[in-house]
Design a protein. Structure first.
Length: 175
């Protein structure tokens, strides 16, 4: 066997090994990049998701009803199902018309309760009070209760649940 044929065969195998290494490297790069970009690609840009929170027949026109928001919690790559994401206050205004407020106080995020005797919402942390329409009546809260978008479908109330930044006058969505 001549020296040129041996060199030619050696060059060919070197090229096959280099090409195979590049192909394996490319194959490993694709899932690694997809793994790193997954949270960014999964985000829709719109904050708040729709959750079914109550039956319309279980709500009242006279007084608000508290309802838990139960759903899937997604944190980067971790998913947990049937997690309590928050609480909302619901009140029927008319036929298939329901209003909802996030039950977190805009001051520091404490859970707001409803005082039936006084006919208003109250925050136990710093005595902020809110009217039946969610407007702030007193206390350190910088704004009224955060109203949420609602819809009624097949007799069930759904709420587009989201949170807002506390301690600021503007309603700034945070998730």
């Amino acid at each position: 066997m001549s020296m040129d044929a041996s060199k030619s065969r050696r060059d060919f195998f070197a090229w096959v090994v280099a090409a195979g290494g590049a192909a394996i490297g490319a194959l490993l790069t694709v899932p690694a990049v997809a793994y790193l970009l997954d949270p960014v690609l999964r985000s829709s840009g719109q904050k708040g998701r729709w959750f079914r929170v109550a039956d319309l027949s279980s709500l009242s026109r006279e007084r608000p009803v508290s309802a838990p928001v139960i759903g899937e919690q997604v944190d980067a790559w971790t998913k947990a199902s049937a997690v309590r994401l928050g609480t909302v206050w619901l009140r029927v205004l008319g036929d298939d018309k329901v209003t909802a407020w996030n039950a977190e106080c805009p001051h520091l995020g404490c859970k707001v309760s409803f005082d039936a005797a006084k006919g208003c919402f109250g925050c136990p942390c710093h005595d902020s009070t809110f009217a039946l329409d969610g407007a702030v009546q007193g206390g350190p809260s910088p704004r009224g209760l955060d109203e949420l978008e609602t819809r009624v479908q097949d007799g069930h109330v759904e709420v587009r649940f989201m949170r807002f930044r506390t301690q600021v006058k503007e309603r700034i969505e945070i998730g």
